[in-house]
Design a protein around this ligand. Structure first.
Ligand SMILES: C[S@@+](CC[C@H](N)C(=O)[O-])C[C@H]1O[C@@H](n2cnc3c(N)ncnc32)[C@H](O)[C@@H]1O
Length: 211
């Protein structure tokens, strides 16, 4: 993940998708079965989790959506440099994408890691995770689909716990807190790495959609 030199757009082309309805998922993963699990990551930043997950699960399909174009290009460069075939990336707003661009009941897992905290109270409305956002995520999930969440901001975690308590048809669990790392980039995401190197605790939940 240390490659800072962005590849030219022509080289990244196959990995990047325009913001459009993802109706025909088969055609965006030409090498992978249409029955393969589909995992979505919102706000993937530099893409450490997407790259590692895609390498570990080559027969799953990964779709990332990130609002900052510079991070989309950074992550796309990592994907192309590693020859990864099962990742596609979109530059755009995950809330809009979730609400209008993805079919219902097609996603196996939605990953939400270290969303921007928007500390000031008057800015809380800019937070990615809202009741409406979670409801839209549940709509795109298959039955038994999962949301996986992590943050180092306890107040954000508590806010999401409040939102989860208002959802029905779901089961929440608390994944293992933190494991030891084997090397300098052996973290879930770049933001997890930053937080853990500073000794901060990480707060996580998983949520399963029942039907
Ligand atoms: C704190 S960073 C975390 C990045 C990454 N998940 C990690 O853990 O390293 C939050 C990321 O969410 C992205 N983001 C914020 N709002 C977004 C939105 N509405 N749609 C998509 N991405 C968004 C930001 O650009 C940023 O890359």
């Amino acid at each position: 993940m240390r490659n800072r030199t962005k590849l030219p757009l022509e080289a990244l082309g196959p990995v990047l998708l325009p913001m459009q309805p993802v109706g025909i998922l088969a055609s965006i993963y030409p090498d992978i079965s249409t029955d393969a699990p589909l995992e979505l990551e919102v706000g993937f930043g530099k893409g450490l989790h997407l790259v590692n997950a895609a390498l570990q699960n080559p027969s799953s399909r990964y779709l990332g959506i990130e609002i900052e174009r510079k991070y989309v290009f950074f992550a796309a460069t990592s994907v192309v440099n590693r020859g990864i075939k099962n990742v596609r990336l979109i530059a755009g707003d995950a809330s809009l994408f979730m609400a209008t661009h993805i079919p219902k009941g097609v996603v196996d897992v939605v990953h939400i890691y270290f969303p921007d905290p928007w500390w000031k109270k008057r800015h809380h409305k800019r937070r990615l995770v809202t009741q409406g956002f979670l409801e839209n995520v549940l709509l795109v999930l298959k039955p038994e689909g999962m949301i996986r969440f992590a943050t180092d901001v306890e107040a954000y975690y508590q806010m999401t716990e409040e939102l989860l308590s208002q959802l029905s048809g779901v089961v929440r669990s608390n994944p293992e807190s933190t494991s030891s790392v084997a090397h300098d980039m052996d973290y879930l995401t770049h933001f997890e790495r930053k937080a853990r190197l500073k000794g901060k605790p990480i707060f996580r939940w998983d949520l399963k959609k029942l039907v």
